[in-house]
Design a protein around this ligand. Structure first.
Ligand code: PLP
Length: 430
């Protein structure tokens, strides 16, 4: 498979180069030259093959011969080495729990796949690769955990001092080995600006710097697996499947739409957002007008200008009417999100997290306009414990902290404080 830049000002490239570079030289996002279509037989048989075998067949056309079959199968097997339960909430609604990975965030799957793919490619390179990533919370933990101990790859995580939760901070500052945390005296946007500046700085270009956020094809594409896994379990319901995806940067929902384009029978997608509603507004007005980011209680979706939206537009050839047939968009305030958390708990006995609660709202709104032959799944993208302060306060209860988090909490934080780009640069050059 070849990948081209959506800015159309760079040459197309291999999977390996797309993974190593992250962004194309013209700063565009990479997109595959074609979307492969899986055979009818694949879908007829899907429940009779294992999840890793299924994932292998899905991702294989995107990787081509650049990773041999045996290695690729072992990469997807390790990537998906945990549970993906579907929990029935009402007659026609289920929560699809994507948070059973090592850092309790759905980003684990993409980060684990990318770490293994990049680790594989960097074996054939002379110099180390340095992954530079800014985090507002969940990305840092998933990336750090995915890359821990991967030979030939150094990971540097920038996070805003005092602006992430204690659990999140411990997940990135207690690992050691090839993971370094830089505590930035500023906000998330400062961290992101510094990372961008590093990629543009001529004195750093010889450093093999790459990014590990969802613009990287190796983090984005494996998210397709979720939708196939859900379909595989729900196929025998013989209902029209609808997915509600709590969306921020729109990588996850974009992967879902890709899965559908590959032939996966999904009837509809719902882009559920918090007050950062650029996409629901676009679907209403036809104008894409990103606004300043607004802070909310579902903060992993606090994105004013979602970077993966351009890939969704590409899939529909910039035709909003085609897009609207497949995607609906709804946005909810924090007050509505809190009410939703309470409703899911009181009526259905399920403790959601604020992101899942937004997904639930979008799903209910969509289903209320359909007839009864639909089955709705909302993605639960984080364990409620990752947003323990909000969840405990809103539901007035104590959330159990899983054991694997307790061990990180008891370790000592280790990080390097930095103030500005010049300090980051001198750190990188040493
Ligand atoms: C990252 C994240 C999202 C948003 O996913 P996108 O792919 O950026 O749309 C939603 N929920 C949680 C908990 C996240 O960490």
């Amino acid at each position: 498979m070849r990948y081209y830049s959506l800015n159309h000002n760079s040459k197309d490239t291999s999977f390996k180069n797309a993974v190593i570079r992250g962004l194309a030289p013209d700063r565009g996002l990479y997109f595959p030259n074609q979307i492969p279509i899986l055979s009818k037989k694949f879908f007829e048989n899907i429940e009779h093959i294992s999840v890793p075998e299924m994932a292998f067949q899905i991702i294989k056309p995107y990787v081509g011969k650049e990773i041999d079959n045996k290695k690729l199968l072992s990469i997807v097997t390790e990537t998906l080495d945990f549970e993906f339960p579907i929990v029935q909430i009402t007659d026609n609604i289920a929560a699809f729990e994507l948070f059973h990975g090592p850092t309790l965030a759905f980003k684990d799957v993409g980060a684990r796949f990318m770490a293994r793919a990049l680790g594989h490619f960097s074996k054939s390179m002379e110099d180390n690769t340095t992954v530079l990533v800014a985090t507002s919370g969940d990305t840092g933990g998933a990336v750090a955990n995915g890359f821990l101990g991967v030979d030939g790859v150094e990971v540097i995580i920038l996070y805003p001092k005092g602006k992430i939760s204690e659990i999140q901070e411990k997940q990135i500052t207690t690992l050691g080995q090839n993971i370094t945390a830089l505590e930035v005296d500023g906000v998330f946007d400062d961290c992101q600006e510094m990372v961008k500046a590093a990629f543009l700085d001529p004195s750093l270009t010889k450093m093999n710097l790459t990014s590990a956020n969802s613009i990287n094809v190796a983090r984005w594409l494996p998210q397709m697996f979720y939708y196939f896994i859900a379909y595989r379990s729900l196929k025998n319901k013989n209902k029209k499947l609808v997915f509600s995806v709590p969306s921020g940067n729109f990588g996850n929902i974009c992967a879902g739409v890709m899965a559908q384009q590959m032939g996966l029978p999904i009837d509809h997608f719902i882009a559920s957002t918090n007050s950062n509603d650029s996409v629901p507004r676009y679907l209403k007005t036809g104008n894409f007008e990103p606004l300043q980011t607004i802070q909310t209680i579902s903060n992993a979706m606090d994105v004013g200008n979602p970077s993966n939206f351009i890939r969704i537009q590409k899939i529909f050839n910039n035709d909003i009417f085609r897009m609207k047939k497949i995607i609906s968009g709804y946005s909810y305030s924090d007050i509505e999100t809190k009410k939703s958390l309470i409703e899911i708990y009181k009526k259905n006995g399920y403790i959601a997290d604020p992101h899942g609660a937004v997904g639930f709202l979008g799903l209910k709104e969509y289903l209320s306009k359909q007839n009864k032959d639909h089955y709705g799944v909302f993605l639960e993208t984080a364990h409620p414990v990752k947003f323990i302060d909000s969840v405990e306060k809103i539901l007035k209860l104590k959330v159990q902290i899983p054991n694997r988090l307790k061990s990180a909490l008891s370790k000592k934080k280790s990080c390097i404080p930095i103030k500005d780009f010049s300090e980051l640069k001198s750190y990188l050059l040493n």
